[in-house]
Ligand binder design. Structure first.
Ligand SMILES: Cc1ncc(COP(=O)(O)O)c(C=O)c1O
Length: 359
């Protein structure tokens, strides 16, 4: 009999939502809108696409396994050393690599209850023990996380702003938290949605913290605001020692050539980022307004998605909206997560939501 590792016995494979083409076929629909995965509804920068088209001839060559140009460009832009930066195949791969680098069997790993799901699955995969701290008002309870620390704690995951609730904590709260975490415990700060934040008290200028806290790891991605989810590219920053150790378990060519080229180009197109920021902010205000009119409760979002209570079972509304050609993400109880789309997509979502709620 084949024996698999005990640690993966109870893990469930990631179940992606149905592809748009399958939903079209199943319900006989011409058009399906996906507001389920927090992708960029504005697509990708035209400048990035042009560069990619020009780069398509080099596919027979392995990628630069050292991601030299991308690291150098990031280092220049962020005023870090290239040795403090490690690109990955999306933040997903980095969550996996961080867990493999640090978690021994029996280590406790602190995380929130409603947050990015790969934190818990990779902790379990390594034989770690997840210590779950419930959100408070749909926001990270950083004091609760501090109170959950024991002598067995190895690592703490914090996501700011949080997926799926969209909520954030302030720079002051982050600093207060970091001061209280013993320096032998790794803190991973995942800021996949940082580019969307509108509040002034967000820790925007946080790379300086890497100098002060040698246990801090900061993760970013090109999948959201930069519109490169399909290419799989993100990057992580920490001390040279941490990066050197994560790098030991990295696959040799983990970031493909097109992803590297696109990421470098995407960093230059501020105009695209600014317009996506503005459209997202306007979309958020429109959706807030419509939710208010419908008397629906929602968590304040600093991301490109909103966590909203539709007052009926989230699985049920998911199915009803899907039948009508719109895909959202059911989260818990009567709460769903909807990605902020284009103006047209947001209007369509509200029309269909009203239709389902009135039935
Ligand atoms: C909080 C958070 N972290 C990480 C990721 C992974 O992003 P990617 O692997 O596309 O870079 C996501 C994706 O939705 C996310 O929401």
């Amino acid at each position: 009999m084949i024996k698999f590792r005990d640690e993966i016995k109870d893990l469930k494979a990631y179940r992606p939502g149905k592809p748009i083409e399958d939903v079209k076929k199943e319900y006989g629909l011409k058009e399906v809108i996906k507001l389920a995965s927090n992708e960029n509804p504005m697509g990708t920068s035209e400048k990035v696409k042009e560069k990619l088209i020009k780069s398509i001839d080099n596919l027979a060559i392995y990628p630069d396994g050292n991601t030299t140009i991308l690291k150098d460009e990031l280092a220049k832009k962020l005023d870090l050393k290239p040795e403090q930066i490690l690109p990955s195949s999306g933040s997903d791969e980095m969550v996996d690599m961080i867990s493999k680098t640090f978690i021994n069997k029996g280590d406790e790993v602190i995380m929130a209850d409603i947050t990015f799901p790969r934190y818990i699955s990779t902790a379990i995969m390594m034989g770690g023990i997840p210590k779950i701290v419930p959100l408070k008002n749909w926001t990270y309870d950083l004091n609760g996380m501090i109170n959950a620390i024991t002598k067995n704690t190895k690592l703490i995951w914090i996501c700011n702003p949080n997926n799926p609730t969209g909520t954030m904590f302030s720079e002051k709260e982050l600093l207060n938290f970091l001061e209280k975490v013993p320096e032998n415990i790794i803190v991973v700060y995942d800021e996949a949605y940082r580019e969307y934040v509108t509040r002034d008290d967000y820790p925007k200028d946080n790379l300086k913290l890497l100098k002060k806290y040698s246990n801090l790891i900061i993760m970013r991605t090109f999948s959201k605001m930069y519109g490169l989810a399909a290419l799989r590219v993100g990057y992580t920053m920490a001390s040279e020692e941490i990066i050197e150790n994560i790098n030991k378990i990295r696959g040799p060519f983990n970031v493909n050539s097109l992803a590297q080229i696109a990421a470098v180009e995407a960093l230059k197109d501020n105009e695209f980022v600014e317009s996506c920021y503005r459209i997202n902010k306007e979309g958020k205000e429109y959706l807030y307004n419509e939710f208010d009119k419908l008397n629906l409760e929602y968590a304040p979002s600093e991301t490109n998605h909103i966590f909203v209570n539709v007052n009926i079972d989230s699985e049920e509304i998911f199915i009803e909206l899907q039948k009508r050609g719109l895909i959202i993400r059911p989260i818990t109880g009567t709460w769903i997560r909807v990605t902020i789309g284009t103006e047209e997509q947001n209007k369509k979502f509200i029309t269909l939501l009203k239709e389902v709620l009135s039935n």
